[in-house]
Ligand binder design. Sequence first.
Ligand code: NAP
Ligand code: GDD
Length: 337
Amino acid sequence: MKHAVVTGITGQDGSYLAEFLLSKPEYVVHGLVRRSSTLNRSRIDHLTIDPAFRDRFHLHYADLADSASLGSLMDQIKPDEVYNLGAQSHVRVSFDQPLYTADVVGLGTLRILEAVRQLARTKPVRFYQASSSEMFGSAPPPQSLDTPFHPRSPYACAKLYGHWQTVNYREAYGMYACSGVLFNHESPRRGESFVTRKITLGAGRIKVGLQDRLVMGNLDAKRDWGFAGDFVKAMWLMLQQSEPKDYVVATGETHSVREFLEIAFGMLDLDYQDFVKFDPRYTRPSEVDVLLGDPSEAKNVLGWRPEVDFQGLVKMMVEHDLELARREKHLLEYRPQ
Ligand code: NAP
Ligand code: GDD
């Protein structure tokens, strides 16, 4: 059996990656979870309770801020593959919590790389780092690995540190370590404060009458948005090659927040302009205006292709969140008085 450790298993990508790995009978998946006063495992509950995965899906307490927990788990599990997806992943929040973000996202990557390096003395182990298109920041599009990085947030600076540490561990110690520079990827499991999910949740609730406005920031920003379920396959592919290498993973298309709004509201026969209000609270001290990735290496070398297109992604999220809104309304209407 192949043992894979996944940090950030309770997040959007962690849940899709766990599903994907478990769909391969040779994998045992070990997810690292943080202790919290309430359980936040809704994205992976279906895997935990599925009897088919009882012996192949395990959760362990650990934290990227805690080297000891990472070291002892590497020692105990002795994984073949490590996927480092854990992060304080919200760009706007990183301006409010720059030191915490640097610790978990930047130093956290170094902590797990060190734990993996110790293990690599005794057995082969492959490492994937969840790097980000945010690292390109204000660099003009299209962005590829030949584009100079120009990060525009504490989050992006911390990710860039993690990226270069990954490259350096590969070069200095000969480790099989890869950095996947992934552009934005979304899904019905996307965190509710990221822009796409905020829009589809808001549109659904407006449609059924639970909400009458949606308060947003900069609508002119453009992103290269793909489907998270497609993107986790590229992570796995990166660890199955004969040589370790970094890749850009993107769709190669860019759309503005305004366009996302138009399409999402349009799918519900609504005009977003009737409902969207501006609040500077949702802007950033320094913005990333346009992200547009060049995924040719991922296509040519890994054979990776995104399967869900932009329209398909918006539709998937809108339909999911309309159903959620309908259920919420139903519960409110039938609540005992
Ligand atoms: P997400 O939904 O925000 O999930 C983040 C995960 O990290 C959660 O499981 C979270 O645990 C965990 N985490 C947070 N702090 C931690 C800590 N101190 N120790 C251990 N785990 C911690 O993020 P995502 O969208 O799945 O993204 C996955 C990774 O890819 C992140 O590193 C993100 O920065 C990166 N990335 C994402 C995108 C994208 O568009 N989604 C693009 C490029 C790169 P809790 O559930 O306990 O909070
Ligand atoms: N979150 C949010 N909320 N963003 C808004 C809003 C709003 O109300 N209004 C406009 N935006 C704009 C932001 O200013 C940004 O330009 C864009 O929408 C996308 O914001 P997010 O969805 O929060 O994502 P992000 O691009 O900043 O970061 C995501 O993608 C990165 C990869 O490029 C995160 O997933 C990061 O973790 C990831 O690395």
